[in-house]
Write a protein that binds this ligand. Structure first.
Ligand code: ADP
Length: 447
């Protein structure tokens, strides 16, 4: 097993990885920007290295600084966390070239799945159902119009390099197609430096259902069931739960096996998530995330598996510590993503956290790097905490979530907690009757 791991991330996810490492007896190295000198992950790590000024491109995305930090501290492996360099194939390759282990899949898999067109083609070849659309990238407007006419409107223009909900535009009608193409290409060029786009049928009332898998280098692959992440705003998840209230045991086993088989046949290693849209009883693959996901605690709560621990173990060359037969879905879990944002306008709300009190009690988990007196820097993602509750039934989890949200105190900055409190009281949410468009409609109605 590794003796020392460098955590190339910040915030709650850096802390999450630190916790897994410490429980495995592994020493941790934190890296941080000057804006994060007082951050929790820096305080708790065994060692820390400042890697640059606040902007991410100069610190958390600064490859030479991170590799140097790992080398001088003698780290044997780097955990990239979520976002930042976690899906960067060049970084993974450089880590290996420096004689260290990248805790994640092979660069080859990062590269294929990072290109959503290549990812879809690969899945199609493996027999995984995909969203109907263009056969790969569309290279000209005339080709796009011809294919869109064939698919039928509404059509979604998506960037091959897309992520975080960016580079995605809907054309409701043929008239909107030219603008959608141009806007998606511009957004993709600005955000990712590549303007390749492809087309998909825009589904009217799907749910977002994703399967968590874990794989080792010996061909063992398990799935940990699904998470339902349909509560989204601007294609960004806000609440996730598992199991999905929309699936029965048979559908759960079927889609879980589809994902696990595909991962096995790809020779995939590490943690990964297959994302699907689910509409009228059918699943359609949209993308694969080749890393840990923000919402991984939902699966941990219902299976008892420590996903980060398994990630580190398989990266160190161990076989998975359990098989599919050992995985039992127990009860129900719900996660709320708490962002430092205005709960109505969603404008970021960085600043000083004057008072902080997190909920506790049975089956309540809070993943957060916050504390009273902490100053949330304006430079990064607004996710400041994740609240995860578990219950024997969905109703028990809902009641527990309600009381946990009541207990939460965060003073000094605005957060999405009031929105969470309101949403979970909505009859549609209580009934589990929501699709990916539900939250946007709800938010629009309130304003
Ligand atoms: P990203 O990589 O930017 O997160 P995804 O492809 O994972 O993009 O899609 C993000 C979200 O966008 C999905 O969860 C879903 O809500 C919505 N979406 C994606 N594809 C479609 C589609 N074909 N029809 C309707 N909604 C879609």
């Amino acid at each position: 097993m590794f003796e020392k791991v460098l955590i190339a991330n910040r915030g709650e996810i850096a802390l999450r990885i630190h916790r897994a490492c410490r429980e495995m007896g592994i020493h941790t190295v934190a890296v941080h920007s000057t804006a994060d000198a007082n951050a929790m992950h820096v305080r708790l790590a065994d060692e820390s290295v400042c890697i640059g000024p606040p902007p991410s491109k100069d610190s958390y995305l600064n490859l030479p600084a991170i590799l140097t930090a790992a080398t001088i501290t003698g780290a044997e492996a780097i955990h990239p966390g979520v976002g930042f360099l976690s899906e960067n194939a060049d970084f993974a390759t450089m880590v290996a070239d420096h004689g260290m282990t990248f805790i994640g899949p092979d660069p080859h898999h990062l590269r294929i799945m990072g290109d959503k067109v290549a990812a879809k083609t690969t899945m199609q070849e493996l027999g995984v159902p995909v969203v109907p659309g263009s056969d790969g990238e569309v290279t000209s407007d005339s080709e796009a119009f011809r294919i869109a006419d064939n698919i039928g409107y509404p059509v979604l223009v998506k960037a091959a390099a897309g992520g975080g909900g960016r580079g995605m535009k809907v054309a409701q009608t043929r008239e909107e197609m030219g603008t959608a193409l141009q806007m998606a290409r511009n957004e993709a060029r600005n955000a990712f430096g590549h303007d390749a786009v492809y087309l998909e049928k825009f589904l009217g009332h799907p749910r977002h259902i994703e399967v968590q898998i874990l794989a080792d280098r010996y061909g063992n692959v398990v799935h940990l069931g699904e998470r339902d992440c349909s509560l989204q705003r601007r294609h960004q998840k806000l609440v996730e739960e598992g199991p999905s209230p929309a699936l029965n045991a048979e559908q759960r086993a079927w889609i879980g096996n589809v994902a696990a088989d595909a991962a096995r046949r790809m020779g995939y290693e590490g943690a990964g998530t297959f994302e699907f849209l689910y509409e009228d009883g059918e699943f359609f693959f949209i993308e694969m995330n080749t890393r840990l996901q923000v919402e991984h605690p939902v699966s941990e709560a219902i299976t008892g598996v420590d996903i980060v621990r398994e990630q580190i173990r398989v990266a160190a060359g161990h076989a998975l510590s359990f098989s599919q037969d050992d995985v039992h879905i127990n009860g129900h879990a719900i996660e709320c993503r708490i962002n430092a944002e205005d709960p109505r306008t969603f404008a970021p709300s960085p600043g000083l956290v004057k008072d902080y009190h997190a909920p506790g009690g049975p089956a309540v988990r809070v993943d957060s790097a916050m504390y009273g007196g902490y100053r949330i820097p304006p430079h990064y993602d607004s996710l400041i905490a994740k609240l995860i509750v578990h219950g024997q039934t969905r109703n028990e989890a809902l009641m527990r979530l309600r009381r946990a949200l009541e207990e939460y105190v965060i003073e000094g900055v605005s957060t999405t907690i009031p929105l969470h409190r309101a949403v979970i009281q909505e009859p549609d949410f209580i009934d589990g009757a929501y699709d990916i468009h539900w939250l946007q409609r709800y938010v629009d109605k309130q304003s």
